[in-house]
Design a protein around this ligand. Sequence first.
Ligand SMILES: [Zn+2]
Length: 234
Amino acid sequence: MKMRTVQVYLEDSYIKELDAEVIAVGEGVFLDRTIFYATSGGQPCDVGSMVGKGTYTVKEVMKEEDIVHKTEPLPSVGERVRLRIDWERRYKLMRQHTAIHVVSSIAMREFGAMITGNQIYEEYSRIDFNFKDWNNDISRSLESRVNTELGKNQEVTVSTMKREEILKMEGALKVDLRLLPSTEVLRVVKIGDVDIQPDGGTHVKNTSEIGEIEIFKIENKGKNNKRVYFRAHK
Ligand SMILES: [Zn+2]
């Protein structure tokens, strides 16, 4: 089945309220368009509310064949609703998401650390690296290089590129291509001259919105893997 819901946040991640129409109700609510980000790519979903004839609390949003909004109670089909996301939470997740790209990119470029996984939270993020001998010096050096780049007020831009162009682009494939949508044209997020990669997440417009990052914990995850935790603060 083709996705019916227009994911407005892919075009503009700063829209906090939007009118939409309920097109189906089943295991959750399906809308003609949405600003609710559905959990994917390490970024947790948005929560918030839909206001129509009643007020419906949005507790969880999933991406299946379509975007499924779990609400309480459920609205009716055809109902027009005003969507409101919990912006404070979303904005924190956006700052973390852009930061995680910068950290990953620099860790890969400077230390050859391959990324094997990541998870974003409101207050911090973690990245798993395939890197055997991580130490405090590497943490401090990574932190300072990342903060230098963030401090350059680099613009974050979203565009689309053909899959074949992305394959040719050096450094863009930090993620397994099989994990990306199977479409010919992919959404690409570029952060100044630090990072470019295909991505479906929500990002800030400028690295100045992130502030500085601080690596606060390193965990061993098996023989060759390190789990690196950082937070971002202004
Ligand atoms: Zn991402």
